[in-house]
Design a protein around this ligand. Structure first.
Ligand SMILES: Cc1cc2nc3c(=O)[nH]c(=O)nc-3n(C[C@H](O)[C@H](O)[C@H](O)COP(=O)(O)O)c2cc1C
Length: 184
């Protein structure tokens, strides 16, 4: 039996067949904590995640840290400003109570991409969440339109980003998270 079949068998075992409808008895409750202000670039990505994960989107300022206990998967995302996530997200991470094995993922949009650069941009938030007992199950990033500072005089950079392809990647990322959450 190959990997795909094994996976399907596992999934089917977790489901109940009710008439013609297949009902998943263990839906995971997901939340997205988002701060996106420059061009709402990160919000476009969050909207794709929200659809796939059936998740609500809240601003960090709307979160009561205790309420996060209710969720089994939480995505934290913003644009990158000064080489890190927005202060509101970092401040929230500082206030979170200690969690045990809670799954989280990190996402961002930024002007400049690159594996090492994104890893560094995410490191502040990642380290704060990990120190609170969160398990980071994935990280997503893509380019976002940027008119910060002098760039506004030249039409900005990354016009049109996130684009349709970025949104497709976001959808694939969220689908993977969903499958892995159910598979584990
Ligand atoms: C004040 C400010 C600082 C920024 N700093 C960085 C940075 O350090 N590195 C980077 O790659 N992009 C930087 N950017 C670009 C943003 O990360 C990018 O435009 C992002 O998509 C904005 O997301 P938002 O529209 O969701 O707020 C900065 C933008 C602003 C407005």
């Amino acid at each position: 039996m190959n990997g795909i079949h094994l996976f399907k068998t596992k999934m089917v075992k977790k489901m109940e067949n009710k008439g013609n409808e297949i009902i998943d008895p263990l839906p995971m409750k997901s939340l997205l904590v988002l701060f996106s202000y420059h061009h709402n670039n990160t919000e476009k990505i969050a909207n794709v995640f929200a659809k796939v994960l059936n998740a609500q989107i809240k601003k960090p300022q709307q979160i009561n840290p205790e309420e996060l206990q209710e969720y089994s998967l939480i995505g934290f995302g913003s644009g990158i400003y000064g080489a890190k996530h927005h202060e509101y997200l970092l401040d929230l991470a500082d206030k979170l109570p200690q969690a045990t094995n809670k799954k989280a993922f990190i996402f961002s949009t930024s002007a400049i991409m690159g594996k090492a650069k994104v890893a560094k941009d995410h490191s502040n938030l990642r380290e704060k969440l990990e120190s609170k007992g969160y398990i980071i199950v994935g990280e997503f990033s893509c380019k976002g339109f940027n008119t910060n500072s002098f760039l506004k005089y030249f039409g900005g950079m990354n016009k049109g980003r996130p684009n349709a392809e970025d949104l497709e990647h976001a959808e694939e990322f969220a689908q993977n998270l969903k499958q892995n959450a159910h598979g584990s």
